[in-house]
Ligand binder design. Structure first.
Ligand SMILES: Cc1ncc(COP(=O)(O)O)c(C=O)c1O
Length: 380
């Protein structure tokens, strides 16, 4: 009999809702992926590199040209100077980067603080490494961080804080006040940070993304994680990256070499070309998704859902109290089965969900998909 290393964890909610959407032929506003293609020129570069001999193992930390482009990008965007040879690792998706960073830091008995609602890979990574998660719920309905709770939770066993901005599922963006509070909370302590910034380019209303790479004091203890899947509408390629100070990156790579060794070569060469040739793509991504957010809000305005403002990512939370009283898991199941629109129940992002009736819609969809889905949602 195998011992269950992740008791209480079944198939994740994104997979479940996508399966259900397929089974019931429902419009999938649940799982976070676009229903449109990434840039043609980028896809053509992958085909080019596959046809032209870039099909063997890439170097452990990544193709040098891509690491240089990543270093150039964070210098350009965040004023952060990193050495592409010692501080950058390209990973098979952000997910594996997060796992390797957790594994580099967490020893049995160490505590990691995570903020609920949060992305579902953080806690299993900590548990698999023998660590313990301490959960702090964000405030409702504005999803701020209660910094007093953070200070009260930090203790001598605290080894890691896992943060996410722009935040999935709420769309919350960290503020300068959050950064200051974080700086004060960890000062003088042996605490590391994983900053999950996979939606770094998707912020709205001219608000900046406050990458932790902007703040040298924090960057010195941070693994910053990003995802090319989110930036280039290519989640299936599984390519992301991690940036960390040299000493942290050494540990990260020591682990990564035994978990996956390296990341898909042709995609890396193609991404290196595209980043160099088309930086406009990531500069324009916020506006691209802001138009989708605004369209979704406008289309949903006659509905009885109450939308909770989103400042970034491609997700929109909606409270459905005026429509139904049932818990969100039942509501989303019924929505998929009977009304043919799939969404994610937000309680799935919590260990101790507060009493709220909120679902998450993904608006990374063709305008027509959004029109069809909202037409149904407005009749509820
Ligand atoms: C907050 C957050 N972190 C990490 C990931 C994983 O990114 P990737 O697909 O590159 O593994 C996602 C994907 O949805 C996410 O929403």
């Amino acid at each position: 009999m195998l011992h269950n290393k992740l008791p209480g964890k079944g198939t994740n909610i994104f997979t479940l809702m996508s399966m259900m959407a397929q089974q019931h032929d429902a419009i999938n506003l649940a799982q976070g992926f676009p229903d449109f293609e990434g840039p043609l020129a980028l896809r053509e570069r992958v085909a080019y590199h596959i046809a032209n001999g870039h099909n063997q193992y890439a170097p452990l930390a990544g193709v040098p040209g891509l690491c240089e482009q990543i270093a150039g990008k964070v210098l350009d965007l965040y004023g952060c100077k990193v050495d592409p040879e010692t501080q950058v690792a390209v990973t098979p998706g952000a997910t594996l980067g997060i796992y390797c960073a957790i594994t580099a830091v967490i020893r049995p008995g160490d505590e990691a603080i995570i903020f609920d609602p949060c992305y579902d890979t953080y806690e299993p990574g900590v548990i698999l490494n023998g660590g313990v998660t301490r959960h702090i719920n964000l405030t409702y309905p504005d999803f701020n961080i209660d910094w007093q709770k953070v200070r009260d939770t930090i203790n001598d066993r605290t080894r890691l804080l896992i943060l996410n901005t722009p935040h999935n599922p709420t769309g919350y963006l960290w503020t300068e006040d959050d950064i200051q509070q974080l700086t004060d909370a960890v000062a003088g302590r042996d605490i590391y940070i994983i900053s999950d910034e996979v939606y770094e380019h998707i912020t709205f209303d001219s608000q900046p993304h406050l990458s932790l790479l902007r703040y040298p004091e924090l960057a010195a203890r941070t693994f910053a994680i990003s995802s090319f899947g989110k930036t280039y509408h290519t989640t299936g390629w599984r390519v992301g990256y991690c940036i960390a100070p040299e000493a942290l990156m050494k540990e990260f790579l020591r682990i990564f070499q035994f978990i996956n060794f390296s990341t898909q070569a042709p995609m890396q060469y193609a991404l290196a070309d595209f980043l160099q040739q088309c930086p406009e793509h990531h500069h324009a991504l916020g506006d691209f998704y802001q138009q989708k957010r605004d369209l979704f809000i406008q289309l949903m305005s006659p509905s009885r859902f109450k939308l909770i403002p989103t400042q970034g990512t491609y997700f929109q939370l909606a409270e459905y109290r005026a429509i139904a009283a049932e818990p969100d898991i039942e509501f989303t199941a019924r929505l998929t089965r009977e009304h043919k629109v799939a969404a994610i129940p937000v309680s799935a992002f919590y260990r101790d969900p507060p009493s709220q009736h909120v679902v998450r819609f993904c608006f990374a969809k063709h305008d027509d998909t959004l029109r069809q889905a909202t037409h149904i949602l407005c009749r509820l």
